[in-house]
Write a protein that binds this ligand. Structure first.
Ligand SMILES: Cc1cc2nc3c(=O)[nH]c(=O)nc-3n(C[C@H](O)[C@H](O)[C@H](O)COP(=O)(O)OP(=O)(O)OC[C@H]3O[C@@H](n4cnc5c(N)ncnc54)[C@H](O)[C@@H]3O)c2cc1C
Length: 495
C-alpha cells in the first residue's frame, strides 16, 4: 500500500504510551518510515524546582516507552529493530522539533492535541517553523473522549453546568469514541534512528539521566511510572471499581483509582478507561457510574479551559475578581502554615503533609484544604492553585484550575459562595477514626478518635506534643468570608 508521506515524526507530549495512541496510529498509517521523539522542553522545565517528582516520573516512563517501541518494531521484523525506539532531545520545542524534522528530512510531524493555552501558542509557532523546513504539523484528539466543540448545548454554546453536559456526553458516547487507535498492526513502519540523532547518556542509552537534564533525584515515587505502572494500578482498581461510590470520599480507605498521574501523562489511554467504566456502568454498577462521572468532569474542565481561557489567572465568573483577599505579612504567615501542614486543624495538616511527602492528595482533601485556604484563611485561590501546580504529580492545568475555582465559588458550576466546609465536621465525617490523620500527623496519633479532630478542645496538649493551636477560629473566619464575598452580586442566597 502506498503512503502519502515517505517519512514522519511523532512528537510525544502528554501521551507517553505505545498502545492506543492517535498520533502514532495516524503516522504509522500514513508514512513509510516513522520516528518518535520526546522533547525535555526547557521552556517548561527551566522554572521548575530542581528536585521535581514529575521529571522523575516522565523519565522513568520514557525508559519504558523507548523499550516498548523497540519491541513493537522487532515484532514486525523491522531491519535493525534494536535501533528503533525513542529520540530524546533537551531544549526548546520551538527550535528542537523543526531542527529534528529538517535533520531527518520528514514531511510530516504528528502530535496529539494539547489545549492548554501556552501549548496552543507553542504548537502554532512550531507549525510555522515546520512549514519553513517543508514539513506539516498534524494534530488529533487523544487526551479526552470529547473535546472543544464536540459537546455543546442545543444553541451551540458551551455548557456552563456539569449535569446537562454529562447527560449530553452520555447520550453522545458510543463504541466509536472509546475505540482504540491500534499501533501494533502498523509498527513495521517504525524506523531505526540515525546514529547522530538525539541524546546519548554516558551508559549508551538514549534517555538522559536526571543530572544531564539539570535535575536532582527525589524520594522514591509513590506512583509506579510508565505503562506498566498504570496497568498495575488499573488491575488493582478493577477489583474495587464497583465499590467506588461508597469508598471514594474516605482518605483513610483505598477508594479511588490513583490513576490521575497516568491520565495526565498519557501512560494509560482515556478510551480504555472510559470503555471499562462505561461497560460496567451500563451493566448496573453504581461504582462504575460514579467513576465514569469523574472521567466526564475531566473532559468538562478541559472544554471549560478551551472555551474560556481567561480562567487561567482570572475568575470564570468575572465579578469574583472584585473580592479583596488577605495580603501582607499576615497572609504570608497563614499561607506558610497552610503549605507546611501547621494550621492546627489536623485533617487540613494531614492533607498538606500528604501532598508535600508524596505529590498526591485525595480528592476529598483537595476540596477541604482549598476551602480552608480560601474561606477560613481568606487567601486568594490563585496562591493555592500555584502551590498545587508545583507539588502535584498529577498536576493538570484544567482540572486544577477547575478544582480551585470550584472551591472559591468563582468557577464554572462551582459551589455557592456561602457553602463553607467546616474543617472539623469534614474530619469527623470522612476520617471518623482519625486513621488518615494518624498516618500524616503522628504527633497526634495517641489522641482518641473523638479528640483527634480538634485537639485544642482538650485544653493543653502538653509540652511533649509539638502541634500548633488553630491559626483561626472557624466560626469567626466564616463570618469574615461571607462579608468578603458580599461584593459579589449574584442571585445566590445563603440558605
Ligand atoms: C482543588 C483541587 C485541585 C485539583 N487538581 C487536580 C489536578 O491538578 N489534576 C487532576 O488530575 N485532578 C485534580 N483534581 C481533581 C481530583 O482531585 C483528582 O483528579 C483525583 O483526586 C485524582 O485521584 P484519582 O486518580 O485516585 O481519582 P479517581 O477518583 O480515581 O478519579 C478518576 C479520574 O477522574 C479524573 N477526575 C476525578 N475527579 C476529577 C475532578 N474533580 N476534576 C477533573 N478530573 C477529575 C481524574 O483524571 C482521576 O484520575 C483537583 C481537585 C480539586 C478539588
Amino acid at each position: 500500500m502506498t503512503t502519502p508521506f515517505d517519512s514522519a515524526l511523532v512528537w510525544f507530549r502528554r501521551d507517553l504510551r505505545s498502545t492506543d495512541h492517535a498520533a502514532l496510529h495516524y503516522a504509522l498509517k500514513q508514512a513509510r518510515r516513522v520516528w518518535c521523539v520526546f522533547v525535555f522542553d526547557t521552556d517548561i522545565l527551566d522554572p521548575l524546582p530542581r528536585a521535581d517528582r514529575r521529571v522523575v516520573f516522565i523519565r522513568d516512563s520514557l525508559l519504558e516507552l523507548d523499550e516498548a517501541l523497540r519491541q513493537l518494531a522487532a515484532a514486525r521484523e523491522v531491519p535493525n529493530a534494536q535501533g528503533a525506539g525513542l529520540i530524546v532531545v533537551h531544549g526548546s520545542a520551538l527550535t528542537e522539533i523543526p531542527r529534528l524534522a529538517q535533520q531527518l528530512g520528514v514531511q510530516a510531524v504528528f502530535a496529539n492535541h494539547d489545549d492548554e493555552p501556552h501549548a496552543l501558542v507553542r504548537d502554532a509557532q512550531v507549525r510555522g517553523k515546520l512549514s519553513d523546513v517543508g514539513a506539516a504539523l498534524f494534530t488529533s484528539k487523544d487526551h479526552v473522549i470529547f473535546e472543544r466543540n464536540e459537546i455543546l448545548t442545543g444553541n451551540d454554546t458551551p455548557y456552563g453546568v456539569f449535569t446537562p453536559y454529562k447527560n449530553n456526553w452520555l447520550k453522545k458516547v458510543d463504541e466509536f469514541y472509546v475505540k482504540a487507535y491500534p499501533v501494533a498492526p502498523h509498527a513495521q513502519h517504525l524506523a531505526a534512528i540515525p546514529a547522530d540523532v538525539g541524546m546519548k547518556a554516558p551508559d549508551g542509552s538514549r534517555i538522559p539521566g536526571l543530572g544531564e537534564l539539570g535535575f536532582e533525584p527525589t524520594d522514591a515515587l509513590k506512583v509506579p511510572a510508565g505503562m506498566s505502572g498504570a496497568q498495575a494500578l488499573l488491575d488493582d482498581f478493577l477489583e474495587r471499581m464497583d465499590h467506588y461510590r461508597d469508598t471514594r470520599d474516605f482518605p483513610g480507605v483505598k477508594g479511588p483509582s490513583y490513576l490521575s498521574t497516568h491520565l495526565r501523562f498519557g501512560t494509560v489511554s482515556i478510551r480504555l478507561l472510559a470503555k471499562l467504566a462505561w461497560d460496567r456502568a451500563k451493566a448496573g454498577s453504581t461504582g462504575a457510574q460514579t467513576w465514569l462521572s469523574e472521567l466526564i468532569w475531566r473532559d468538562f474542565y478541559h472544554q471549560v479551559m478551551h472555551h474560556h481561557p481567561h480562567v487561567i489567572g482570572h475568575s470564570f465568573k468575572r465579578e469574583y475578581d472584585k473580592i479583596k483577599w488577605m495580603s501582607g505579612a499576615k497572609a504570608e504567615a497563614r499561607f506558610a502554615a497552610w503549605c507546611g501542614g501547621r494550621t492546627g486543624y489536623p485533617l487540613v495538616d494531614a492533607a498538606m503533609r500528604q501532598i508535600n511527602q508524596t505529590g498526591y492528595m485525595h480528592n476529598r482533601l483537595r476540596m477541604v484544604v482549598a476551602s480552608f485556604l480560601i474561606k477560613d484563611l481568606g487567601i486568594d485561590w490563585r496562591w493555592g492553585e500555584r502551590y498545587f501546580a508545583e507539588k502535584l504529580l498529577d498536576f493538570d492545568l484544567a482540572a486544577n484550575n477547575g478544582g480551585w475555582q470550584w472551591a472559591a465559588s468563582s468557577g464554572c458550576d462551582a459551589q455557592p459562595y456561602f457553602r463553607i466546609f467546616n474543617p472539623i465536621s469534614q474530619s469527623q465525617k470522612f476520617d471518623a477514626a482519625g486513621k488518615f490523620i494518624r498516618r500524616y500527623v503522628p504527633e497526634l496519633a495517641h489522641l482518641s478518635d473523638k479528640a483527634i479532630h480538634a485537639p485544642w478542645l482538650l485544653g493543653d496538649l502538653g509540652d511533649a506534643v509539638d502541634y500548633p493551636a488553630p491559626i483561626v477560629q472557624h466560626e469567626a473566619a466564616r463570618a469574615e468570608t461571607l462579608e468578603r464575598y458580599a461584593v459579589v452580586k449574584t442571585g445566590e442566597k445563603p440558605r
